[in-house]
Write a protein that binds this ligand. Structure first.
Ligand code: SAM
Length: 387
């Protein structure tokens, strides 16, 4: 029995997981948070297992295992989750700590962080990069961790799961999940997109970051909860069209159910304004107005420019419009006038005031009306000069 304080003495969660580890492990195995080494030993005893790499964040646990477990199939390594791990595995095992932290000093053997699920979240966010395409994950966790959160992390990371074991002890249920990469993730990886990580979720779209030909990209696909049809294809077409006018991030690749564009490393518009000085802000407004004008001239309405908080990213003093989900042709597009509305909105008032930028509402409204009736460059410049 382990004696060192940093070694987790196997409990019901350990023995439940051990049963499935014995049964399902195969090929090259990674055990994350090995503790006493119980799962690593169980895996090594399956004849289908070639080798086991067992890691733990605590030096004490690794020293304990190295001293007490002499098994040629198993190697031990100190690592904070995957930080020191290299390669891809057929089986990844984990019994992560899952209780919310009680004292200032975290008990690494059982506490996962302030909410309890932080280590599980970190594990699920990174595990795909260490899992072969048809690899499996065996993970145990308890109802003392918020199960809906765990299920959310699993969904966001494009994993499919099956509950293969469950026991009830005292106040908690303990679950064992068998997880695999979902078909969409396998398809992305098959098309050379790696390191896929969840970025954000909108009403209609799901966004992931990834690496494609050594550059950071964004993958946009349909949110399975959305009933809208053909939006992804449509948005990719708009992006391709607008790229020719130097609008939007560069489209890299489009398939029927997803498209890929260059990742823009920058700030959303409100954050940019907060960080920048008056001259920089005015320059950016001018550049955005010019893009709005280009769209108006093309008779294209981007929509939502009166509230573009998540629709404009500024990188290296250049604004990039993103999100063309609702873009359409229109007889009288409202891009410029909607952006005027945004600059006069309550949301921006305080931020602009802090930067000593004052928008004379009645003047801008008047100029916007003139522009609306005659969308030309002279009328646009009058608006720009008024701000
Ligand atoms: C609940 S114990 C499980 C131990 C053993 N695998 C078992 O099934 O009995 C959790 C283990 O995860 C380790 N751990 C906690 N945070 C970690 C992290 N960020 N990276 C790697 N291991 C971690 C702890 O040191 C502890 O050994």
């Amino acid at each position: 029995m382990p004696s060192c304080k940093s070694v987790y003495e196997p409990q019901e969660d350990s023995t439940l997981l051990e049963r499935y580890v014995r049964q399902y492990s195969r090929g090259e195995v990674l055990d994350v948070g090995t503790g006493s080494g119980i799962q690593a030993i169980a895996a090594s005893q399956n004849p289908n297992v070639a080798s086991v790499l067992a890691v733990d964040v605590q030096r004490g646990a690794i020293d304990y295992c190295r001293e007490n477990i002499k098994n040629p199939k198993i190697k031990f390594l100190q690592s904070d989750l995957f930080s020191n791990v290299k390669g891809k595995f057929d089986t990844v095992i984990s019994n992560p700590p899952y209780l919310p932290q009680e004292l200032k000093l975290k008990d690494l053997t059982i506490e996962g962080g302030k909410k309890g699920y932080e280590v599980i979240e970190g594990f699920l966010n990174d595990v795909n990069s260490f899992l072969k395409p048809d690899g499996i994950i065996l993970m145990v966790f308890s109802s003392l961790t918020r199960k809906n959160k765990v299920d959310e992390f699993i969904r966001n990371n494009m994993l499919d799961f099956e509950e293969i074991g469950k026991v009830h002890i005292f106040f908690e249920d303990i679950f064992v999940y068998l997880l695999r990469k979902n078909n969409f993730l396998k398809k992305l990886e098959g098309n050379g997109i790696n390191n896929v990580k969840y970025l954000a979720r909108g009403h209609r779209g799901l966004l992931f970051t990834g690496l494609y030909k050594n550059r950071k990209i964004v993958v946009k696909t349909k949110n399975p909860q959305s009933r809208a049809i053909g939006r992804i294809e449509n948005e990719a077409k708009w992006l391709e069209k607008l790229n020719k006018r130097k609008i939007g991030p560069k489209l890299i690749k489009a398939e029927n159910d997803y498209f890929v564009y260059n990742y823009i490393d920058g700030d959303f518009i409100a954050d940019y304004i907060k960080k920048s000085n008056k001259t920089q802000i005015k320059k950016i407004f001018k550049k955005i107005f010019n893009q709005m004008f280009a769209l108006d001239k093309l008779k294209i309405d981007k929509e939502e420019m009166h509230h573009p908080l998540k629709h404009v990213i500024i990188s290296k003093q250049k604004p990039y419009l993103i999100d063309f989900e609702r873009t359409h042709y229109a007889k009288s597009p409202k891009n410029v006038t909607q952006f005027c509305q945004f600059l006069m909105s309550g949301h921006l008032a305080k931020i602009l005031k802090d930067k000593k930028i004052f928008v004379d509402k009645s003047r801008v409204i008047g100029l916007a009306k003139v522009y609306k009736n005659n969308q030309n460059i002279a009328n646009l410049n009058k608006i720009i000069n008024a701000i």
